[in-house]
Write a protein that binds this ligand. Structure first.
Ligand code: ADP
Length: 263
């Protein structure tokens, strides 16, 4: 890769790329200027199931730098979603430690974790989870409203984000009036609303056909080029081929890792 390419992805430098505002482009903002944005150290998550415990994640160590685009792959039930939830402070580890931008997830209270996610982590889910009674723009505004952003500002940013995901003409549509691919793009715009340092996605193309899935893959690709760190759990081979680094899980542990075309 050229130095310019590395620079564009924020590699090889200590500063967070949030100063680089370009027209119409989301501006990732990291919680602190660490080049290692995510650090999971010997992290585990057990679920108590009656007398039995399910060891969903068993001692994973994983470090992700700002600007990386990482896919977590592996058979169903191997702990991918559990790990993603730990990496995004949705869930707390049973053992080990997770830090995001230098903040330790396991020492946050529930309230702190909720606020932290709202401001620093964007989530995209397989099933979109949009509010069906709100318009596309209102859905994108929601996290900003929760963060206390003034109405005029959040409307402006929601419009900008919908334009970024190619849905400027759909801002007044409600989710049932949108295709699956369009709904997922609204969900991606919503995930970007508060300038997250990190975008996490759990099977984002899982409900989409190949064509609309390809649109989502192209959008993630552009987002990563524009500086957003992305971690995605996927079964989609097309998506896994588009990333910079593929982490393979099996039975709750990382068993292999390889580099993709974006590395
Ligand atoms: P994957 O995303 O790779 O399909 P998951 O992380 O969803 O895997 O699940 C890993 C293991 O943990 C599975 O055996 C699953 O049944 C179990 N598991 C996941 N969530 C829970 C839960 N809330 N309670 C109990 N077991 C769970």
């Amino acid at each position: 890769m050229t130095d310019t390419g590395r620079e564009a992805r924020g590699e090889g430098r200590e500063e967070v790329p949030h100063e680089e505002q370009r027209e119409g482009v989301p501006t990732p903002r990291a919680p602190h200027p660490a080049s290692r944005l995510l650090e999971a150290t010997n992290v585990s998550r057990d679920y108590a199931m009656g007398p039995e415990a399910v060891h969903a994640v068993r001692g994973v160590t994983l470090s992700i730098a700002e600007g990386e685009y990482v896919a977590i792959v592996g058979p169903s039930g191997c702990g991918k979603s559990t790990l993603l939830n730990l990496l995004g402070a949705i869930d707390r580890p049973t053992g080990g430690s997770v830090s995001i931008g230098g903040r330790r997830v396991e020492s946050m209270s529930d309230r702190e974790a909720t606020r932290f996610r709202l401001l620093h982590v964007g989530f995209v889910f397989q099933r979109f989870y949009l509010m069906p009674t709100l318009t596309a723009r209102e859905n994108v505004e929601l996290p900003m409203a929760e963060a206390g952003v003034a109405k005029a500002e959040r409307q402006g940013r929601a419009r900008e984000l919908l334009a970024y995901v190619g849905l400027a003409q759909r801002e007044r549509h409600r989710p049932p009036q949108l295709s699956g691919g369009e709904q997922q793009r609204v969900a991606i715009a919503r995930a970007l609303a508060n300038h997250p340092a990190l975008l996490l996605a759990d099977e984002p193309t899982g409900e989409l056909d190949a064509r609309t899935g390809a649109e989502v893959i192209a959008l993630f690709d552009r987002l990563n080029r524009d500086g957003t760190t992305i971690v995605v759990v996927t079964h989609d081979e097309e998506l896994a081929r588009a990333v910079g680094r593929v982490v393979h899980m099996r039975d709750g542990v990382i068993v292999d890792e390889d580099r993709g075309p974006r590395s």
